[in-house]
Design a protein around this ligand. Structure first.
Ligand SMILES: Nc1nc2c(ncn2[C@@H]2O[C@H](COP(=O)(O)OP(=O)(O)OP(=O)(O)O)[C@@H](O)[C@H]2O)c(=O)[nH]1
Length: 213
């Protein structure tokens, strides 16, 4: 069957367990929010419809990874195929913010050079429980040369903006290859593995979640 898209980009969500990675993805993809927390096991991929830009059809595959330590061997396998990474902490958890440094060092070790990163301070609606100031997020992002967004999967704050921004950064980083692709026959594209993953759990582990949230 003819491919419905030219290029597939993989965006990864990483961060401590419970910071809201699954909910961010669920809000962006299905515009839904669920208040229960069922930990992701391993990693789960979700496709977003084809986006047309610069004469190319992009398909985004977003991989929601488990934050729990025991799945880290599995989730690190996904780093090397990522073009963009969301590093997520929870503004009501100082601990999850402190752990961003550890997540960044994992990215440096396992992700390809040139991978694009964005720092996310999620649960911005939880102002009364805030433990991490907005300026702390900005400062950390600056240190690592990342863009920074405070988001809320609950109220839909900055969800579209942050996903759009990371896609833009990935596009910019791959501009040269993309220009080449525009002049070639579209079926030869290999910028990322072109494969159909709709609805399938990514990789060796399944998710215990019955839906994406
Ligand atoms: N108030 C508020 N709660 C949120 C937000 N995002 C997620 N949550 C809640 O935080 C809990 C954890 O969310 P998940 O998305 O399952 O967290 P996760 O990072 O995917 O967790 P793991 O799969 O264990 O790594 C759930 O109870 C969500 O309802 C948010 O923006 N605001």
């Amino acid at each position: 069957m003819a491919k419905q898209y030219d290029v597939l980009f993989r965006l990864l969500l990483i961060g401590d367990s419970g910071v809201g990675k699954t909910c961010l993805l669920c809000r962006f993809t299905d515009n839904e929010f669920h208040s229960s927390h069922i930990s992701t096991i391993g990693a789960v991929a979700k496709m977003r419809n084809v986006v047309e830009t610069s004469g190319l059809k992009l398909r985004l595959c977003k991989v929601d990874t488990a934050g729990q330590e025991r799945y880290q061997t599995i989730t690190k396998q996904y780093y090397r195929r990522a073009q963009g990474i969301f590093l997520v902490y929870d503004i009501s958890s100082e601990r999850s913010y402190q752990h961003i440094m550890k997540w960044v060092s994992d990215v440096d070790e396992y992700a390809p050079e040139g991978v694009q990163k964005i720092l996310i301070g999620n649960k911005a609606d939880e102002e009364q429980k805030r433990q991490v100031g907005r300026e702390q997020g900005q400062q950390l992002a600056k240190e690592y040369g990342m863009d920074f967004y405070e988001t809320s999967a609950c109220t839909n704050l900055n969800i579209k903006e942050s996903f759009t921004r990371l896609t833009e950064l990935v596009l910019q980083a791959h501009r040269k290859e993309l220009e080449g692709l525009q002049t070639r026959a579209s079926n030869e594209l290999t910028l990322a593995e072109l494969e159909e993953e709709e609805g399938k759990p990514e990789g060796p582990a399944n998710s215990s979640k019955t839906c994406w949230c």
